[in-house]
Design a binder for this molecule. Structure first.
Ligand code: HEM
Length: 332
């Protein structure tokens, strides 16, 4: 068979071009030296192992995805995305009351145990936390994302760092903006990432500041930005002497689906936390809330970008930090 000279000469060039493209895709730095497919050679099954662990944990306990998604927020905002939130012990981030209602730790630990069997000393807990949150979103119907990896685990975890870096539901818009800005995140990121409250649940204490006790010891609404019927439902779910363990779903109706219902709730004045409601009340963010309420695709697209920024905050790479053997303790 005669080979066309064009093809003959174009072939090798085309091949080397494709090889270059492939090399770029496989190893392109995304942010601060994280790379897509970082474990492609050292642990090709890493992402699959995490995804399978998250899937099986979520199918036996539907509260798992919400917990994993919140965990990455609390990890990344304190000391960067370095699994500092996973470390156990006196005075660690995890021991701070502000992190008392976090969960999902066992899921991260069990993915890591599996990874240590297949690829010992290779995959960081910080990457497991980020990948698990990414998978939690996909499992609940949200966008399926590729995220870069190569985070290293931190050796510092201090309870004292939690309060100054984690946003409380009572914060004003300006206070929230200040913390987001300090992490390199924008006002748009604040609106987008708050959309995480489309899944999961909250303890009554997380929004009790929207109510007060009247002279008869009954709860009444003091936050006029909240829909009256919704407020009544919340008061019923959280009676005055309710047990501390009672929870309320963040997004009634579709609390296990990652969708744009959260924004529709906000527009209907049914944001659970004051920090949610303020996104509709503040004129700087209202239009975006309305856009997302009307257009799930737009929310999903923005989610991809903001989630990437969230999971890149203050990452340790290269020779920094370590690859922990167990996520709850630093190495030796
Ligand atoms: C912007 C300020 C934010 C505030 C004030 C806030 C506050 C809270 C609070 C108080 C809870 C309830 C905790 C409980 O009582 O168990 C909660 C739950 C949750 N938060 Fe946020 N959050 C914020 C942003 C975020 C971000 C950026 C994410 C992730 C990207 C996130 C993800 C979640 C998830 C998934 C839950 C449900 C947790 C579960 O089901 O266990 N939050 N948040």
């Amino acid at each position: 068979m005669e080979t066309s000279p064009v093809l003959f000469y174009a072939g090798p060039h085309l091949l080397s071009f494709l090889a270059l493209v492939l090399l770029y895709v496989v190893s392109s730095p995304c942010s601060a030296s994280l790379f897509f497919n970082f474990y492609g050679a050292s642990c090709p099954t890493a992402e699959l192992i995490v995804a399978n662990t998250v899937r099986s944990a979520s199918s036996s306990d539907p509260t798992v995805p919400g917990k994993l998604l919140r965990l990455v927020f609390h990890d990344c905002f304190v000391e960067g995305c370095d699994a500092s939130v996973m470390l156990q012990g006196n005075g660690t981030e995890r021991s701070d009351p502000g992190n008392g209602s976090l969960g999902g730790f066992q899921v991260i630990d069990s993915a890591k145990r599996m990874l240590e069997i297949f690829c010992p000393g290779t995959v960081s807990c910080a990457d497991v936390v980020a990948l698990a949150a990414r998978d939690a979103v996909a499992i609940t119907g949200g966008p399926e994302l590729q995220i870069p990896t190569g985070r290293r685990d931190g050796r510092v975890s201090a309870a004292a760092n939690v309060r100054p870096n984690i946003i409380d539901t009572s914060f004003t818009m300006n206070e929230m903006i200040n913390i987001f800005t300090a992490k390199g995140l924008s006002l748009e990121d604040l609106v987008v990432l708050s959309g995480a409250h489309t899944i999961g649940s909250a303890h009554c204490s997380a929004f009790s500041d929207r109510f007060q006790l009247d002279s008869k010891g009954k709860r009444t609404l003091i936050d006029s930005s909240l829909d009256r019927n919704y407020a009544d439902e919340l008061m019923q779910r959280c009676p005055v002497h309710a047990s501390d363990s009672i929870t309320v779903v963040n997004d009634p109706g579709t609390s296990s689906s990652f969708d744009n219902q959260y924004y529709q709730n906000l527009v209907a004045h049914k944001g659970l936390f004051q920090s949610d409601s303020v996104l509709l009340d503040d004129k700087r963010t209202r239009a975006l809330v309305e856009d997302f309420a009307n257009d799930q695709e737009r929310f999903f697209q923005s989610w991809g970008q903001s989630f990437l920024k969230l999971t890149s905050i203050g990452v340790k790479t290269g020779e920094e930090g370590e690859i922990r053997q167990f996520c709850s303790v630093t190495n030796g």
